[in-house]
Design a protein around this ligand. Structure first.
Ligand SMILES: Cc1cc2nc3c(=O)[nH]c(=O)nc-3n(C[C@H](O)[C@H](O)[C@H](O)COP(=O)(O)OP(=O)(O)OC[C@H]3O[C@@H](n4cnc5c(N)ncnc54)[C@H](O)[C@@H]3O)c2cc1C
Length: 306
């Protein structure tokens, strides 16, 4: 079995694959650990009331190695041939063959690319409301975006923060009606239409944001403790889609069924690269486990195949 990506999903799959006796290879283009390592502090992964993201990911990597899974780091998968019984994985260094593949390549959050965003990432700038919202209890936060994720994040934060300001560059939201109605009923949510955030300012942590009004050209500085960037995520699914793996409708997240199967027999997907509605460490781990056990069934009990 080959697992592509050594984040929470890929490492969990690696642990289950190797422990079930499968010859398991995990290929990772960076150093193993994935996005978990980017989380400054994780307070919602069961068993760890509070742990640095980097510490949690290190533990997962060590655990995966200990089970006997082979981990190849700094090796990038460039093309996949998934049509036949044997799946071919080409990397920038070698070519491998496997009976089953798990795609666990994660996603990347879209960024604003403005001054202060990189500097204050993890110091007030966040891309995940569920992950970081509780750090802003009773504080003043700003959400950037106008789609479903921006609205869902705003609703979530409105239950925690004293005030939530939504900055959207258009005049209407591009979100589901029910979400928009829910937002309108929240007394602590204020929407700044036709505005863009042009800079995030602070000292050690975020203190304010500069807004530019697209209609009037006016700029203003608003004091905030946190900026949640919610302008979309892009799943790292390019190679898989090019190889014929089906994506969700109107998007490029990999479409999976409840058993993490894609449209191609023997090809599974897990974690943030899929169209699963929740993107968290715990859900990625769960999906990785399911994918590995399903891959095991696929490899060892071929009479299960349809
Ligand atoms: C700042 C931040 C804070 C967060 N905080 C929390 C939190 O507190 N709690 C929580 O539950 N969740 C949190 N999350 C979300 C959580 O980190 C992710 O949902 C989870 O880590 C996703 O795991 P994954 O294995 O699907 O993907 P990833 O961890 O992203 O792993 C995918 C891996 O695949 C590799 N890869 C991609 N393409 C290739 C390729 N072609 N070849 C080889 N390797 C490839 C990548 O390098 C990466 O290592 C946070 C996210 C961010 C960004």
């Amino acid at each position: 079995m080959i697992i592509i990506g050594a984040g929470a999903a890929g490492l969990a799959a690696g642990i289950y694959g190797a422990r079930s006796g499968l010859k398991t290879l995990v290929i990772e283009e960076k150093l193993a650990g994935g996005t978990t390592g980017d989380a400054p502090l994780v307070e919602n992964y069961p068993g760890f009331a509070s742990i640095l993201g980097s510490e949690l990911s290190d533990k997962m990597v060590l655990h995966c190695k200990k089970t006997g899974a082979v981990l190849r780091e700094l090796e990038s998968v460039v093309t996949l041939d998934l049509k036949g019984e044997k799946k071919i994985v080409k990397t920038n260094k070698a070519e491998y063959e496997a009976t089953a593949i798990i795609i666990a390549t994660g996603a990347h959050y879209r960024t604003l690319d403005i001054k202060g965003e990189k500097e204050f990432k993890g110091k007030g700038v966040s891309y995940c409301g569920v992950c970081d919202g509780p750090f802003f209890k009773g504080k003043r936060v700003l959400v950037v975006g106008g789609g479903n994720s921006a609205c869902i994040t705003t609703l979530y934060l409105s239950g925690l923060a004293a005030e939530v300001m939504v900055v959207h560059r258009k005049e209407t939201f591009r979100a589901e009606e029910a979400l928009i109605n829910d937002l309108a009923s929240k007394g602590n949510v204020k929407v700044m239409w036709n505005n863009e955030v042009s800079e995030i300012k602070g000292d050690k942590v975020v203190k304010s944001a500069l807004l530019a009004n697209a209609k009037t050209g006016e700029t203003s500085e608003v004091p905030v403790d946190g900026v949640f960037v919610q302008i979309g995520e892009s799943p790292n699914s390019m190679q898989a889609l090019e190889a014929g793996v089906e994506s969700e409708e109107n998007g490029c997240a990999i479409k999976i069924d409840i058993r993490q199967r894609t449209n191609i027999p023997g090809v599974f997907a897990a974690g943030d690269v899929t169209n699963h509605p929740v993107m968290q460490i715990g859900t990625s781990v769960g999906q990785g486990i399911t994918a590995a056990l399903e891959a095991y069934s696929y490899i060892r009990r071929p009479y299960y195949r349809k």
